[in-house]
Design a protein around this ligand. Structure first.
Ligand code: NCD
Length: 304
């Protein structure tokens, strides 16, 4: 039985296969409409979510399956003190697959050790978010038609942004990838990502706090929200929250075929005036999330 806890759980071939199944689903949705008949997905969300939970639920429904679960831990037995392991053991008896989001790093991994059904990490604290990364890879493949030869600017909260960590890990296996890491000093990328991922794989990267400095070189600009819920100090959050606001003027030197991404939710990082720019891909990106999750559910349930 396979879980998806970390994007590293998938080989490059498996990722490519998921992307090609997702594309096939987009072109032939009817072919997949009954693939998960009588199967159930449980969404155990101990932390807020809109896109991830709803796209998982929509994905299972479009495969002909059903969904159950909770979107707020206070409405479940967690509020009575039940452990994640016990909850998962019980839910294993009710569902066929679980998508779990948790504020604690490593909680889905712990859950997977006790689970009798596949567990998908739908975001664990400031650590990882592998299904967002699959969404991002499908977006890049569909919008740029390649996963190699890309200069990727990642901007915002690189310290706590779990989508950034998973994306860098995933992209570091493709050829000729360069990163421009744009953040204030306080929100720089963690050392382990630099040492164990970027440097270990000989990936070129530059760190800067200036969003415009390398704008003209970027193929992708991945904006992120400052992760309020991971701050210990509200004053620090207020000081840093508007560090970067992408607007039309900042895009003046950008390439014509730049792809602007954002995992969403957006707070202030992208001015709404950018939404009409043909390079804005973030709402499309959210749509791609449903298709790649459909492909992932099929894979983990071993449905052809
Ligand atoms: C992201 C997350 O939860 O990490 N959202 C999402 O799943 N699309 C990004 C964020 O919350 O900033």
């Amino acid at each position: 039985m396979k879980h998806l806890i970390d994007i590293k759980d998938l080989s490059t071939d498996e990722i490519n296969e998921l992307i090609s199944v997702a594309k096939d689903i987009m072109s032939n949705p009817d072919k997949y409409a009954e693939k998960c008949k009588r199967k159930k997905l449980a969404t155990l969300f101990y932390e807020p979510s809109t896109r991830t939970r709803l796209s998982f639920e929509a994905a299972m429904m479009e495969l002909g399956g059903n969904v159950l679960g909770f979107s707020d831990a206070t409405s479940s037995s967690v509020s009575k003190g039940e452990s994640v392991s016990d909850t998962v053991k019980v839910v294993s008896g009710y569902a066929d697959i679980i998508a779990m989001r948790h504020p604690k790093e490593g909680a889905p991994l712990v859950a997977s050790l006790k689970s009798e059904i596949p567990i998908i990490n739908a975001g664990d604290g400031g650590h990882n978010h592998p299904t967002q990364t699959l969404t991002d890879l499908l977006t890049i493949q569909c919008e740029k038609h390649r996963l190699n030869d890309l200069t990727i600017g990642v901007c915002g909260d690189l310290k706590f942004g779990r989508t950034v960590h998973s994306l860098i890990v995933a992209m570091s296996r493709y050829k000729n990838i360069k990163f421009v890491l744009i953040s204030p000093k306080e929100l720089e990328i963690p050392e382990y990502i630099k040492k164990d991922v970027l440097e270990k794989n000989n990936i070129e990267y530059i760190e800067t706090n200036d969003i415009e400095e390398y704008m003209g070189k970027l193929d992708i600009l991945y904006m992120t929200r400052v992760q309020k819920e991971r701050f210990f100090n509200e004053e620090e959050y207020i000081r840093l929250k508007d560090s970067y606001i992408l607007d039309k003027q900042k895009l003046e030197n950008a390439k014509e075929d730049l792809c602007i991404m954002h995992p969403l939710p957006r707070v202030n990082e992208i001015s709404v005036e950018v939404d009409d720019d043909k390079r804005a891909c973030y709402f499309k990106q959210a749509k791609y999330g449903k298709y790649i999750r459909m492909a992932l559910i099929l894979k983990l349930l071993e449905i052809k």
